[in-house]
Design a protein around this ligand. Structure first.
Ligand code: SF4
Length: 62
């Protein structure tokens, strides 16, 4: 089982809140949108989900 982080780029407003809040440096900004570039480092804490004001992030186990 591994954590999967999905970001709806249509909803992402590029405020970088999730990038700054993630304790595991999973997320980076790519072309003005958050991108889970280090998804294998995800802890499944859902901090990114909580800080996103746009409801753009989904975290689940796969
Ligand atoms: S669930 Fe936690 S570790 Fe995973 S991307 Fe979100 S903030 Fe980072």
């Amino acid at each position: 089982m591994a954590w999967v982080v999905e970001i709806d780029t249509d909803k992402c407003n590029g405020d970088e809140e999730c990038v700054n809040a993630c304790p595991s440096q999973v997320l980076e900004m790519v072309d003005g949108k958050a991108d889970p570039v280090n998804m294998e480092e995800c802890l499944g804490c859902e901090t990114c989900v909580e800080v996103c004001t746009e409801g753009a992030i989904t975290v689940f186990e796969n």
